[in-house]
Write a protein that binds this ligand. Structure first.
Ligand code: PHE
Ligand code: ZN
Length: 880
């Protein structure tokens, strides 16, 4: 096998402050689709006596002219090779001017300056995080170099009527030959990864906004003309999150304009460029006819996420990319708080924890495991991971929980006060939070440095003579690549005790002054610790890790009855769900060959009772009725057989459906169907969520009847949520009505790429061996293209990452197909290829037949010539 990791990694411990910084940069950009010329004047800051020679990053730039302090440089004054421009004789105050040419239309990587859409109608835009700016001009492309940006754009007025860049507008005008110009000045020094420009034919909607501290701001959302009507929801969401940040964190917006632009061609969800956010259209456009309820919530969440970056990321940025979670984990946390406030706290928590378990836990348990703050990397784009984002957010949540609401706000205030305008580290963050509360938070740094999900073991013992309950907690983290030894972490465990009738008991923790209350947090910070509760009159049932107070795997020998008690009585919606998930796991582990275990029976009985009671919120009930996903079940096994897991999970659901019974399911389905208008209110959304779940259970019992209902629901649906739910039931259970519905959907949404993505995805998710042929047929659909990341993900991402029983065939054909497409995709867009390749994570734990097929496909891929550093890194790490 060829050695793929040839380059040396970049290490956190090698960090050095920059020798040269840039005070100001003036850009003049002459835009053209095939050729764009970028003139840059940077004013340098540094001391040549102490410094290394000036070195600037620049990738694949055609250097046209270069001068230093007004003097054109000769060949011996500079050197440009291997992505670095080295210039001799620069001194503090020197101005370096370069003129380069780049080729936007030829750029398929969607990094740097590129074209979105067609040559005739598309528009130009940039993506610079993490290291895209070096594809536009020469610059110290590192986040700890903050400069004031002045940008002048020039272009043909007819082809590019709209010219946008970050910062405040500072004039515009006409030039000769039908060209025009527009100038922007950003008063806030920023790292170059936050630079952005957009140019083309775009429409906008706008609104005036007055900040709490009295600034008049224009909020403007831009998109291509045919979708501008679908931007209103995002504009409302933007206003909501701006108000929320003022109220919750005292943070105001700081420019006169805030632009947001939608594009269909984007590698990630969205980007927080200063004053000019750029969004994947998937997270900006929303309308009832083509967006589901989940997608509405995602738009609100991503709009908020990017806006919140203005303070957590932009005003206070990262010293280096190892600190990525400083902005991402914190911003995800702020978004989660916001979304919970706008919608429902327990539902949001359930959604986020389920996401963590589905994406981050497997990452942390396999060859790609890395700390929230990695110690080294090769390709930074591969580190925009669930660990950095979702686990990073969980760490902030733990710390925020430790400080309490007011304490956390005090800490955040101090963090902004100390580090506004700076490039900070995770230590700075923890110090500010700790100092503001006179608490030493350094023990939490270990969470940032250590990979792997800790296992928290809990064992309770009741002493009836002494009326004492002793809870013994212990922790253990398995080795991860490069980290064989693990240290104990501080694990906050929020808990309550229930008596057998489901009532919470007052807590009297031994050796603790605080006597009152039925819920409290205890912190395990040693390998093992005992906690004694006094005056406990009968053996209690502990409700542990309430609200998911730490990102760990809880191991506790609950009996089925105990879990059923919590599922029925816990007042906290999240914990109720959690008890149900644990019980379903137990049922899964103990049910074999149609023999119902006690756990399976307890799970079905408890849920059937809750189903008939009708006192629970519809959306919560829908979540309770959903067992853990196939990926979560697989995560607990050592010889994974995805087909078997799929079948077992299906049979678990079948038991549940039987226990509730056809007539009750039907009656509830009919009741929920009376609310036929696609309204966004929580109650309507909740009904649709439950209706979908009921239909999914019904189809397990009486397929013909359920298919008829689904077909009818598809035809009469007034919004996408109901339409897609019906389509998905028809397609996944192979209904005779499926093909007509699919044909109808294909035609109806032929001109709506985001809706069409769902059409691809629904089919790529058909379980079992049937999926492969479907995927192969779909890649020949004229609407399919590897060039568009959303479309590539809608088919291959859905198949490889969300359809385990379809992808993991015993004959290895799923692996072979994806390996082949990865190589093709890599030639176009390495970032997207590398991300898709993570679908192979976990292959070592497959049963032997699939395991050797996966190895074969991966090794074949690793041996190919000319793989990008991005894809090589993932493939070689996964193979370890
Ligand atoms: N910083 C973006 C976000 O999380 C994500 C992103 C990373 C977008 C890299 C593009 C490129 O909000
Ligand atoms: Zn972010």
């Amino acid at each position: 096998m060829t050695l793929v990791n040839e380059t040396a990694p970049i290490r956190l411990r090698d960090y050095r402050r920059p020798d040269w910084s840039v005070e100001a940069i003036e850009l003049e950009i002459d835009l053209g689709i095939d050729s764009t010329e970028v003139t840059s004047r940077i004013t340098l800051h540094g001391d040549p006596a102490k410094a290394e020679p000036l070195r600037l990053d620049g990738e694949e730039l055609e250097l046209l002219t270069i001068s230093l302090d007004g003097r054109a440089l000769n060949a011996e004054d500079y050197r440009y090779e291997k992505g670095v421009l080295e210039v001799s004789d620069a001194h503090g105050g020197s101005v370096l001017e370069t003129r380069v040419r780049v080729q936007p239309a030829a750029n398929t990587t969607l990094e740097g300056l590129y074209l979105s859409g067609s040559r005739e109608h598309g528009f130009l835009l940039t993506q610079c995080e993490a290291e895209g700016f070096r594809h536009i001009t020469f610059f110290p492309d590192r986040p700890d170099v903050l400069a004031r940006f002045t940008v002048t754009l020039r272009a043909d007025r007819e082809r590019f009527p709209v010219l946008l860049a970050g910062g405040n507008p500072a004039g515009s005008g006409t030039l000769a030959d039908g060209r025009h110009w527009a100038k922007f000045v950003d008063p806030h020094p920023k790292p170059c990864y936050l630079f952005a420009l957009v140019a083309g034919r775009l429409e906008n909607i706008q609104r005036d906004y007055l900040t709490a501290d009295g600034r008049e701001v224009k909020l403007v959302i831009w998109s291509e003309a045919n979708v501008i009507d679908r931007c209103h929801y995002a504009l409302d969401a933007l206003e909501r999150c701006m108000r929320w940040d003022e109220h919750k964190y005292g943070r105001n917006y700081d420019l006169d304009v805030f632009h947001v632009v939608a594009t269909h061609d984007f590698n990630m969800g969205a980007m927080e460029n200063k004053g000019l956010n750029i969004f994947n259209a998937k997270y900006l456009l929303a309308d009832p006819d083509s967006s589901t309820d989940e997608e509405y919530r995602a738009v609100e969440a991503v709009v908020a996420h990017e806006y919140f970056h203005n303070w957590t990321g932009n005003r206070v940025t990262c010293r280096d990319w190892f600190q990525l979670s400083l902005k991402e984990g914190l911003t995800v946390f702020r978004e989660q708080q916001f979304s919970a406030d706008m919608n429902s706290l327990p539902l949001k928590r359930i959604e986020d924890v389920a996401l963590l378990r589905r994406t981050q836990f497997p990452e942390d348990a396999g060859p790609l495991a890395h700390p929230v703050r990695p110690a080294e990397y090769r390709e930074i784009n591969n580190f925009y991971t669930a660990t950095v984002y979702e686990k990073g957010s969980e760490l902030v949540r733990m710390i925020a929980g430790r400080l309490g609401q007011e304490g956390f706000r005090r800490g955040m205030d101090l963090y902004f006060e100390r580090h506004d305008g700076q490039a900070a580290t995770i230590e700075h963050f923890l110090s500010a939070l700790g100092d503001a509360n006179r608490i030493d938070l350094t023990p939490y740094l270990a969470w940032y440095a250590q990979a792997g999900t800790p296992r928290l073991h809990a064992k309770g013992e009741y002493d009836s003579a002494r009326r004492e309950y002793t809870l013994t907690l212990s922790q253990q983290t398995r080795p991860t690549p490069g980290q064989p030894e693990k240290t104990p972490l501080p694990i906050p465990v929020k808990l309550s005790l229930f008596d057998r009738s489901g009532t919470m008991l007052p807590l009297h923790l031994q050796g603790d002054a605080q006597v009152d209350g039925t819920e409290r947090v205890i912190v395990l910070d040693k390998p093992s610790q005992r906690f004694v509760f006094k005056h406990v009159s009968a053996p209690p049932v502990p409700s542990l890790l309430r609200g998911f107070s730490a990102p760990v795997v809880l191991e506790c020998d609950y009996s089925p009855e105990e879990l059923a008690l919590l599922l029925t009585h816990d007042a906290d919606g999240f914990n109720r769900w959690e008890a149900g998930q644990q019980l379903a796991m137990l049922a899964f582990d103990t049910s074999h060959d149609g023999n119902d275990s006690a756990a399976c029976k307890a799970w079905c009985d408890a849920l059937a009772a809750l189903f008939t009671l009708q006192t629970i919120d519809d959306a919560l009930l829908a979540d309770l009725l959903t067992p853990p996903g196939e990926i979560e079940f697989a995560d607990r096994q050592s010889e994974v057989d995805p087909a078997k897991i799929h079948a077992q999970r299906q049979s678990l659901q079948h038991r549940l459906a039987e226990r509730i019974g056809v007539s009750d399911l039907l009656a509830r389905y009919r009741l929920l169907s009376t609310d036929s208008h696609a309204q966004l209110e929580a109650a309507s959304q909740a009904k649709r969520r439950l209706k979908r779940r009921v239909l999914e259970l019904l189809v397990l019992l009486d397929a013909d009847q359920a298919h008829e209902l689904a077909a009818k629901q598809y035809d009469s649906a007034s919004g996408m949520t109901d339409r897609l739910a019906a389509l998905s039931v028809l397609v996944r259970t192979n209904a005779t009505q499926a093909s007509a519905a699919l044909a109808h959907f294909r035609e109806r949404y032929a001109d709506n790429p985001l809706a069409l993505d769902k059409w691809f995805t629904v089919q790529a998710q058909v379980p079992g061996d049937a999926a492969l042929a479907i995927v192969q047929r779909l890649e020949n659909d004229p609407a399919f293209t590897l060039k568009n990341p959303n479309r590539a993900r809608s088919l291959f991402g859905a198949f490889a990452s969300t359809n385990p029983s379809g992808f993991h065939r015993t004959d290895g054909a799923g692996y072979a197909l994806i390996a082949e497409r990865l190589a093709q995709l890599d030639a176009l867009n390495p970032q997207i290829a590398a991300r898709l390749a993570t679908a192979f994570n976990g292959w070592q734990r497959l049963e032997p037949v699939r395991r050797s097929a996966a190895r074969l496909a991966l090794e074949g891929l690793a041996q190919r010539e000319g793989l990008s550093p991005n894809l090589s890194e993932i493939v070689s790490n996964v193979l370890q």
